[in-house]
Design a protein around this ligand. Structure first.
Ligand code: HEC
Length: 150
């Protein structure tokens, strides 16, 4: 009985995690299905690449064992280009630690502080909310203020 409950718990929690991890949009389901078999979406979210850059990554993943049809590859590339292209914003209410580090330029301690603050206080709604996070250099937030999406 105990193991059944555990299995049910896992089944109910996993889809929630997957849904939260990638910005919604055409192709998010395909990317989530194909690209999270071997690693978390952090690997994707922390990068900002052109379509060509993403194509190199996807080809590399295929060599590593990712399975996708030609049509799925197009869907994946369109999604990645739109959501993680060179100018794609950082979605402050779902970005994982790796994205705060790589894209916003925060230290590990600052990125942790943002995630803790978000967990305790709920979603950020404006730049002022980010500036309130204790332990984060406000100059770093100001410097990137145009690239945050709320
Ligand atoms: C068969 C396993 C597998 C699948 C499926 C897979 N990857 Fe990977 N991926 C890896 C491995 C192995 C690495 C390198 C080790 C690591 O960084 O964890 C990696 C690393 C990465 C990186 C970091 C590389 C870098 O230079 O920044 C990105 C980005 C990435 N994968 C994107 C994707 C995308 C997009 C998909 C879906 C098309 C995908 N992966 C599917 C195995 C896989």
């Amino acid at each position: 009985m105990r193991c059944c409950r555990l299995a049910l718990l896992c089944l109910s929690v996993l889809p929630l995690i997957a849904a939260d991890d990638l910005p919604p949009g055409a192709g998010s389901g395909v990317v989530s299905r194909i690209c999270t078999v071997c690693h978390a979406v952090d690997k994707i979210r922390q990068r900002r690449l052109s379509r060509d850059g993403w194509e190199d990554i996807v080809d590399d993943m295929v060599e590593r064992g990712a399975k996708l049809t030609g049509e799925e590859k197009e869907t994946v590339l369109a999604y990645l280009e739109e959501n993680f292209g060179p100018a794609s914003k950082l979605r402050v209410n779902s970005a994982p630690l790796a994205e705060w580090k790589a894209v916003a330029g925060l230290s590990v301690a600052e990125a942790r502080a943002v995630l803790d603050y978000r967990q305790q206080n709920g979603d950020f709604h404006q730049i002022g909310d980010l500036l309130k996070v204790p332990g984060v250099d406000p100059r770093k937030i100001e410097a990137k203020k145009d690239m945050f999406a709320f």
